[in-house]
Design a protein around this ligand. Structure first.
Ligand code: UD1
Length: 378
């Protein structure tokens, strides 16, 4: 295998750092580009950072530093982004700036610097399932449908499930394929759609093979436990570690596709190595949906020893939250040979072993108070 020169933006983060480890292990020459965002890293270089990789501290909006990082690279993984769905709704400019403008800065360099453009043979960009909005549903009488968000009056009446828009009967959820129309329901999701579309359009126009990976709900070691704006598994873990019950919105029966970070790495490597992936977007999930209540219960069982507790089911809701979305993984399986390798129960064992030795500040109440202040939860 050829030793390639690879840049990973966001390479100090949760997903980026696992990807860097794998690339270094494969023998590649890896450069990490990361701004060590305070909310995630508290201004410190994480101790898990791979010593076999070069580190450049920089912001993706800073064209000078980013140009230096991109020089001489064969492959670029763009993982760097501000992540926080709720927060993106009241820090709109920050999210658009970091994500959309950051992505645009990278693309401008890629296209306008001839040496960089001629050398790069692959770009892989991190997209997100959040661009779908609600997942795909089906009604036994009327067939498949793709709903938009549940109306506020339905949520205020605490009717959480999606009904068939035609016959009003209860519906069933299905795996969501890449062909489902996109309907982002947060500024964060809009910036992720920007990432995906800007990268694929630019890649295709200039014939630079580019792939977008739509990550579903990722969990695993190195999740930022003290960041109350990130995914639910980290938020619940940090609550339980601090001897407080997880707080569940709606009735807890909403579901997501929890994919282990090593499978996200697997998909990135396949996208890098396989030309069949070029100029297209793939779901990266497991194809299995798990309820939020189950996630809370399993984390309490594994982490709450000596402090019996039950999750606090609040029957309240967050603005923009969807009910169910999980991946149809047929496309990535058929085209790239991807196969999820970590069962949720095994992945949670590994997560909780790691979490048990961490110190996590529980910022949940602060994050929720912010949502309340803006009327984004009720
Ligand atoms: C998450 C990520 C998003 C990423 C996407 C796909 C965040 C905030 N969201 O979105 O960046 O693109 O996965 O990987 O990082 N919930 C509770 N209690 C809590 C927190 C959440 O009940 O304390 C519920 C929510 O109401 C929701 C579900 O858990 O129904 C999942 O929430 P979250 O982890 O925020 O995931 P997504 O919104 O799916």
């Amino acid at each position: 295998m050829k030793r390639e020169s690879i840049l990973v933006t966001g390479g100090a983060g949760f997903v980026g750092s696992h990807l860097v480890d794998r690339l270094v292990e494969m023998g590649h020459d890896v450069t990490i580009f990361d701004n060590l965002e305070y909310q995630v890293h508290q201004g410190r270089l994480p101790d898990y950072l791979n010593r076999g990789a070069r580190f450049i501290c920089g912001d993706v909006r800073d064209a000078d530093v980013l140009t230096r990082a991109m020089e001489g690279k064969d492959v670029i993984f763009h993982q760097g982004a501000a992540v926080g769905v709720g927060q993106s709704m009241y820090m709109i400019r920050k999210y658009v700036d970091y994500n959309s403008t950051g992505g645009a800065t990278l693309l401008d360099i890629l296209i306008n610097n001839r040496k960089i453009r001629d050398r790069v043979r692959k770009v892989v960009v991190a997209s997100s399932m959040s661009i779908y909005g609600e997942g795909l549903y089906t009604c036994d009488n009327c067939g498949d449908f793709t709903p938009k968000l549940r109306p506020n009056r339905q949520l205020e009446a605490k009717q959480w499930d999606i009904m068939c828009p035609e016959c009003k009967a209860p519906s069933r959820h299905k795996g969501t394929p890449e062909s489902k129309p996109l309907f982002p329901t947060s500024i964060y999701a809009i910036t992720k759609r920007d990432h995906e579309e800007m990268f694929l359009v630019t890649g295709k126009s200039y014939r630079i093979p580019t792939v977008a990976l739509r990550y579903f709900n990722i969990y695993g070691t190195r999740q930022a436990l003290s960041n109350p704006y990130t995914g639910v598994a980290a938020i619940f873990s940090s609550r339980v570690l601090n001897k407080k019950p997880p707080v569940i919105f709606e009735d807890g029966l909403q579901s997501r596709d929890f994919v282990h970070v090593s499978d996200i790495v697997q998909a990135n490597i396949l996208a890098m190595e396989n030309q069949a992936a070029d100029y297209t977007a793939f779901n990266v999930g497991t194809g299995r949906n798990i309820t939020i209540k189950h996630v809370a219960e399993i984390l309490i069982r594994r982490l709450g020893a000596g402090h019996p507790m039950t999750p606090r089911i609040e029957n309240t809701f967050r603005e923009g939250d969807i009910r169910h979305c999980y991946a149809d993984i047929a496309k990535i399986r058929d085209m790239l040979g991807y196969e999820p390798s970590v069962q949720f129960e095994d992945g949670i064992d590994e997560l909780t072993e790691w979490v048990a030795n961490q110190v996590a500040e529980d910022g949940f109440e602060r994050a929720r108070a912010e949502l309340e202040q803006y009327g984004l939860t009720q």
